[in-house]
Design a protein around this ligand. Structure first.
Ligand code: AMP
Length: 189
């Protein structure tokens, strides 16, 4: 099983990805973490992307392709798949998925957690009030704006190839999880 989870900042996609990983007994891989591991290992790629990640910009396509190819290959060697969190974030990346996936499996699904900008900001503030990592307000607003700009085109692409699962991320964690599992089961029928 190969799942990609996408959604705006503070939509709760990381929490859902963890729950799905537990349920389906497959690893949850975050693209941001895979990239940070390259930096920790001090690889050539790590040295290249370090300043880019510090600035909070998107790393070049070859960097995400490299870490994802390795991670997906490993996940199918040692497990029966994985859940990837944080990819695609750009339309170009959406188009790349097919070639990333083809070598490993013929089926994959993209789960999109939909949440309004206002609710994302409210949840982020709540996380911060509960001791979560503080995000600069302007940076969060910018991130959410660019998310909104890119997402519809990405979703349309996955809808067209019948790979999209849309989930309303506004209820509580358990309700969202139940909805995700139900839709996932239906999509594999
Ligand atoms: P995150 O841990 O998801 O906040 O990601 C940390 C950083 O990794 C981001 O600020 C980007 O610099 C980089 N990154 C994560 N995912 C991607 C992606 N899909 N494409 C390009 N860069 C990414």
């Amino acid at each position: 099983m190969l799942l990609f989870v996408i959604g705006p900042s503070a939509s709760g996609k990381g929490t859902q990805a963890n729950l799905l990983a537990d349920k389906y007994k497959i690893p949850h891989l975050s693209v941001g973490e895979l990239l940070r591991k390259e930096i920790e290992k001090g690889t050539e790629l790590g040295k290249l992307i370090d300043p880019i990640i510090r600035e909070g910009k998107f790393v070049p396509g070859h960097a995400t392709t490299h870490v994802l190819n390795e991670a997906i290959e490993e996940a199918f060697k040692t497990n029966h798949g994985c859940i990837i969190d944080g990819f695609p974030r750009l339309y170009d990346q959406a188009l790349q998925i097919q070639s990333l996936v083809d070598r490993h499996t013929d089926g994959f699904k993209v789960i999109h957690y939909r949440l309004s900008v206002e609710e994302c900001i409210r949840r982020q503030k709540e996380r911060e009030a509960n001791g979560g990592k503080r995000t600069d307000d302007a940076m969060l607003a910018q991130r959410l704006k660019s998310y909104e700009e890119d997402i519809e085109q990405i979703l349309e692409y996955y809808r067209d190839i019948d790979a999209l699962i849309e989930v309303d991320a506004s209820p509580g964690v358990e309700e969202i999880f139940e909805d995700t599992c139900r839709r996932l089961t239906d999509s594999f029928r």
